[in-house]
Write a protein that binds this ligand. Structure first.
Ligand code: SF4
Length: 372
């Protein structure tokens, strides 16, 4: 039987660049869009590793909601023409304000099953601080229209740890999100990434770490109470509505990424595509590979990485299954670290499965670094 895999396609354009964003994206223009489309056609048709059956398609970015339904159909059909793809989940990442509210039915007809909206906050002051191009009211109408269109999953991304964000603003934003009855909510803590324009804001207005922990805990409890079960450090879903594509990343399962900067991981190897649109498309137009940073994964390296990803999940990692899968005795390799972490109360070991207790998720880096 062929191994299941996920297919990711990176759309590298946004209406404007948010000052805190570290994803590869640039303001949309027609000429660059044509370059992307041509490059994607070439990359999808290029020879590649066989033996996989793809069941999730994830159109991420950037802001793929800048694409109209016809263009989404083009992407899907391109993927289906070149990959053995039986779509069980098709995610479209969206940003409010990037399109009108009459486009949702078209995306659904194009096959999208999961609409993932990067809201960040339903509070105008927070949106202004983040430099987001829409208001809370616009974000709300966008999500309402998405909800009404009947996608199998409406996912909402929220952000905490924004300078000036008050506990009341976090609570209001969350209440508004829950009022939309989302199937999935992601809660990210704003990161200070060196070199981004937002770094200056964070230097001038440092965020109180205790307040962030408090906001995270309260958000998690409220989501739990609303029936959105935590399944990963930053992700919550109604039962059965977890993101199947993203679970492949955390479970260290195979996926292929197309588009500039997209990452891929197949058994024994992972790589990243050239980051800039021009470098990526130039390589493909010359018939060369767009891959770079290719890392060969020895079984020991693979186990290490799989542990680091797997421990982000509430379900944790089944040590016996890992030993069988990677043909490496995980206990022999990391037994000392595991025992120490269990003694320190940072890891739970039950029935051959290790996991980080949910109360320790925000300090999980201290645990994960012990396996690095
Ligand atoms: S809309 Fe999203 S992907 Fe685009 S710049 Fe803003 S945060 Fe980044």
């Amino acid at each position: 039987m062929k191994e299941r895999a996920g297919l990711y396609i990176h759309f590298p354009f946004c209406a404007a660049k948010c000052p805190y964003c570290h994803f590869y994206s640039q303001p949309w223009n027609e000429a660059s869009y044509r370059t992307w489309r041509q490059g994607l056609g070439r990359e999808a048709a290029a020879p590649r590793e066989a033996g996989f059956e793809f069941d999730t398609l994830y159109l991420g970015g950037g802001t793929p909601s800048l694409l109209g339904p016809d263009e989404v159909v083009w992407v899907r059909e391109l993927a289906q023409a070149h990959f053995p793809l039986k779509i069980e989940e098709f995610t479209l990442e969206a940003n409010p304000g990037a399109s009108g509210t009459d486009i949702f039915g078209g995306w659904r007809e194009a096959g999208v099953t999961r609409l993932s909206v990067g809201v960040q906050s339903f509070d105008d002051a927070v949106l202004r601080t983040l430099g987001r191009p829409c208001t809370a009211e616009e974000a709300l109408s966008f999500c309402r229209a998405g909800r009404a269109a009947g996608f199998e999953v409406l996912a909402i991304d929220l952000m905490i740890g924004v300078p000036g964000e008050t506990p009341a603003a976090v609570e209001r934003s969350l209440d508004t999100a829950l009022g939309l009855e989302p199937d999935h909510v992601s809660v990210y803590i704003l990161e200070n990434v060196e070199g981004l324009p937002f770094e200056e804001v964070l230097v001038r207005h440092p965020v109180d770490e205790d307040a962030v922990v408090d906001a995270y805990d309260r958000t998690r409890d409220a989501l739990d109470a609303a029936g959105l079960r935590q399944y990963e450090i930053s992700n919550f879903a109604r039962p059965g509505k977890e993101c199947r594509h993203n679970l492949k990343y955390w479970r260290y399962e195979p996926f292929v990424g197309l588009g500039p900067s997209a990452g891929s991981h197949l058994p024994g190897r992972r790589w990243r595509n050239k980051t800039s649109l021009d470098d990526w498309s130039r390589a493909l137009s010359r018939g060369e590979t767009a891959r770079e940073d290719v890392v060969e994964l020895s079984p020991v390296k693979a186990v290490r990485e799989a542990l680091i990803f797997g421990l982000r999940l509430v379900e944790g990692v089944d040590l016996g299954a890992f030993t069988e899968r990677f043909k490496v005795d995980v206990r022999a390799l990391f037994g000392r670290e595991i025992d120490e972490l269990v003694d320190e109360g940072l890891l739970v070991c039950e029935a051959g499965r290790i996991s980080i207790p949910r109360s320790g998720f925000l300090t999980s880096n201290a645990v994960l670094s012990r396996f690095a």
